[in-house]
Ligand binder design. Structure first.
Ligand code: ZN
Length: 250
């Protein structure tokens, strides 16, 4: 049983981390995230911030005196955006925590159990309903436009949709979100960045008894591949060789 009286918990073990800071996110400060019992936490979702953060860094670095891009991420998640992962990891391996683990952050769609409009894209629009109790229908794949989805999912035998992992459809409620600061043109994440990611994931998994495998450590593409493709079915996440369980954990 893990006891975390401090809402930001007892991570990190100072021996493990060279650079760990905490900045409560705007969404957390606004009270948008639901508190959850830590027994609910059963998977980790790895994201990338998107290259927009790098653009923001370039544009505003003189104005704010930033020297490294993660400062732009801190600015965005604490002052502008209501959604964020629990953690962001910088190119130099810095770990920044934005949301306590006992809150479900908005990193895989907005809202919690009662409000998950973004997940509507998983459902046939006409059948989708926010009312609890009525079963939504899955969006069907159309004419091979989501071939990429099949490629992702072939690894996961017998699982027909990511949300089947979470019977109550509350992806955020059951997961911890970690964002890798994106690299320009989706170049490989830095080795020190991936090292911090592995350390953090292993630490989290040990705390919650989460197996370290590709059913429990997911990328955002895995958790919601439709949201990670353009309307024409082209993925805009980095390729799986750089952004997948295999790429990170080998
Ligand atoms: Zn994401």
């Amino acid at each position: 049983m893990i006891d975390r009286p401090d809402p930001f918990g007892d991570r990190p073990d100072p021996d493990l981390w060279r650079d760990f800071t905490r900045y409560p996110s705007r969404g957390f400060r606004l009270g948008k995230y639901e508190k959850r019992s830590i027994e609910q936490i059963e998977r980790v979702i790895i994201h990338h911030t998107g290259v927009g953060i790098l653009g923001r860094f370039k544009r505003d670095k003189d104005r704010f005196g930033w020297t490294i891009p993660i400062q732009a991420a801190i600015h965005a998640y604490t002052r502008i955006m209501a959604s964020s992962g629990h953690y962001v990891i910088g190119h130099e391996g810095q770990v920044v925590q934005f949301v306590p683990e006992n809150y479900s952050a908005w990193h895989a769609g907005y809202g919690g159990r009662r409000r998950r409009s973004r997940l509507g894209e998983w459902f046939a629009k006409t059948k989708y309903t926010r009312k609890l109790g009525k079963r939504p229908r899955w969006v069907c794949r159309r004419d091979g436009r989501f071939d990429w989805w099949d490629v992702r999912w072939r690894l996961r035998q017998g699982i027909t949709s990511p949300l089947a992992w979470f019977p109550d459809l509350d992806t955020n409620g059951h997961t911890i979100g970690i964002e890798l600061l994106s690299t320009p043109r989706h170049e490989p994440f830095t080795s020190i960045q991936l090292r911090s990611l592995r350390t953090l994931v292993v630490d989290i998994c040990m705390d919650y008894g989460i197996p370290i495998d590709n059913h429990h450590i997911l990328t955002h593409s895995d958790a919601n591949p439709l949201a990670r493709t353009t309307r024409r079915g082209v993925p805009y996440d980095p390729p799986a060789s750089k952004y997948s369980f295999q790429a990170v954990f080998g």
